[in-house]
Design a protein around this ligand. Structure first.
Ligand code: NAP
Ligand code: ZN
Length: 352
C-alpha cells in the first residue's frame, strides 16, 4: 500500500477537507494513474451527502470522483495495452467479474459483482473504493480508457460519466437524423446530451428552468430552447417527441414531458433524484409511450463515445477550479449555477 493525497468528507454534513488515503500498489493487471483532472458530477454530491441512503448508503470517509483523466505512472507485469506516459481515463467502474452474461455482452454497468470507482466494497483493501478527488488511482486494466490526443484534458474528464451516461441511451433508443429529441436540464449531463443529440443529427430541443442558459443552449447545438416553467412554450410541443432524455437532479413534474412524446415515444431518466417521481399512467397508456432509466454505459461503448468525441471534437464546457474550492463548487451546483461542469485541476492538490 502507499499513501495518496485526497479530499474527503467524514460525514453527510461535513465539508470536504484534505486527507490521506491508502491505495494498493499495482498488481499484475493494474494500472496506476497520476490524476490530472477530475470532473464534479452531481452524483458525487448525492453520495457525499448520503442522499441515496436507501439505495446505496455512503461509507465515510468518502472520496468521490468518477470523471478522471490522467497519465499512467506504473503498470503491472501482465499489462500490455497501455504503458507509463500514456494518457488514460477512468469512469464510474473500476472492476467487474468479467464472466457473467452482462460482462460477456460488454455491459459491465449491469454486472452484479461490479466495483464502482468510489463507495463500493474494495476486494483488495477490504474497505471501500476511493474516487478521483485524489492525486492518483490504481485500476484494473480492463477499466482504463484511452483519451483521443486532440481533446482538451479538463474538458475530456466529464466525458467519463456525463458523456457516456447521455451517449449510451441515445444510441440505445436510436437517436439519429430525422428524430425530434428533447433534453431536460442543462447541467453537466444535459449539456452533453444537447451536444450529442446535435452531433447525431437529431432536431434537438433543450428544456431549462434557467433563462440565463437560453443563449448557451443554442450555441451548444440546440435547434430550439424551451423555458420549462412557461406553460405556453411547453404546450407547443405536445405529442411531438420521439425521445426525451431527462437529466434533472431534483423533484420535477415528469408527466409534463410524457405528454410531449408522440406515439411509441420514450422518455429515459438519467437524472437520479433521491425521492420517487409520481407517474400518471394514462400518459403512458394513451400513447403506448414508455418511461425508462439508464445507468452510465459499458466499457466498449465508453471507448466508442470517446472516439466519437475525438472525431467530432466534443468536450464538456468546464469551469476549472483548484480542489480547495470544492465546497463552494458544491453549493453552486445545488443552485444550478455551473456552466456546465466543474473540472478540478489536480495540480492544486500538490499544495496540500
Ligand atoms: P447538474 O449539473 O447539477 O445538473 C442538473 C440540472 O437539472 C440543473 O443544471 C438544472 O438545469 C436542472 N434542475 C435542477 N434542479 C431542478 C428542478 N428543481 N427542477 C427542474 N430542473 C432542475 O447535475 P448532473 O451532474 O448533470 O447530474 C444530473 C443527475 O443525473 C443527478 O441526479 C445525477 O446523480 C444523475 N446521474 C445519473 C447517472 C446515471 O448513470 N444515470 C450518471 C451521472 C449522473 P436547468 O438550469 O437547465 O434547469
Ligand atoms: Zn457521474
Amino acid at each position: 500500500m502507499y499513501k495518496a493525497k485526497a479530499y474527503s468528507v467524514s460525514s453527510a454534513t461535513s465539508p470536504f477537507a484534505s486527507s490521506t488515503i491508502a491505495r494498493r500498489e499495482p498488481t499484475e493487471h493494474d494500472v496506476q494513474i497520476e490524476i490530472l483532472f477530475c470532473g464534479i458530477c452531481h452524483s458525487d454530491l448525492h453520495q457525499a451527502r448520503n442522499e441515496w441512503k436507501e439505495v446505496m448508503p455512503t461509507v465515510y470517509p468518502c472520496v468521490p470522483g468518477h470523471e478522471i483523466v490522467g497519465r499512467v505512472t506504473k503498470v503491472g507485469s501482465a499489462v500490455t495495452t497501455i504503458k507509463p506516459g500514456d494518457l488514460a481515463g477512468v469512469g464510474c467502474l473500476v472492476d467487474s467479474d468479467a464472466t457473467c452474461p452482462e460482462c460477456q455482452a460488454g455491459l459491465e454497468q449491469f454486472c452484479r459483482n461490479g466495483t464502482l470507482t468510489y463507495n463500493s466494497p474494495d476486494k483488495h483493501s477490504g474497505g471501500v473504493t476511493y474516487g478521483g478527488y485524489s492525486d492518483s488511482i490504481v485500476v484494473n486494466e480492463r477499466f482504463v480508457l484511452s483519451i483521443p490526443a486532440n481533446l482538451n484534458l479538463a474538458g475530456a474528464a466529464p466525458l467519463l460519466c456525463a458523456g457516456i451516461t447521455t451517449y449510451s441511451p441515445m444510441r440505445h433508443w436510436g437517436v439519429t437524423k430525422g428524430k425530434k429529441v428533447g433534453i431536460v436540464g442543462l447541467g453537466g449531463l444535459g449539456h452533453m446530451g444537447v451536444k450529442f443529440a446535435h452531433a447525431l443529427g437529431a432536431h434537438t430541443v433543450a428544456f431549462t428552468t434557467s433563462p440565463s442558459k437560453k443563449e448557451d443552449a443554442l450555441r451548444l447545438g440546440a435547434d430550439e430552447v424551451v423555458l420549462s416553467r412557461n406553460a405556453d412554450e411547453m404546450a407547443k410541443h405536445a405529442g411531438s417527441f420521439d425521445f426525451i432524455l431527462d437529466a434533472v437532479a431534483a423533484q420535477h413534474d415528469i408527466n409534463a414531458y410524457i405528454q410531449m412524446l408522440r406515439r411509441d415515444g420514450n422518455i429515459t431518466m438519467v437524472g437520479a433524484p433521491d425521492k420517487p417521481l409520481p407517474v400518471a399512467v394514462f400518459g403512458l397508456i394513451l400513447g403506448r409511450r414508455s418511461f425508462s432509466g439508464s445507468p452510465i454505459g459499458g466499457i466498449a461503448e465508453t471507448q466508442e463515445m470517446l472516439n466519437f468525441c475525438g472525431q467530432h471534437n466534443i468536450t464538456s464546457d468546464v469551469e476549472i477550479i483548484p480542489i480547495q474550492k470544492i465546497n463552494e463548487a458544491y453549493e453552486r451546483m445545488v443552485r444550478s449555477d455551473v456552466k456546465y461542469r466543474f473540472s478540478i485541476d489536480m495540480a492544486s492538490l500538490k499544495a496540500e
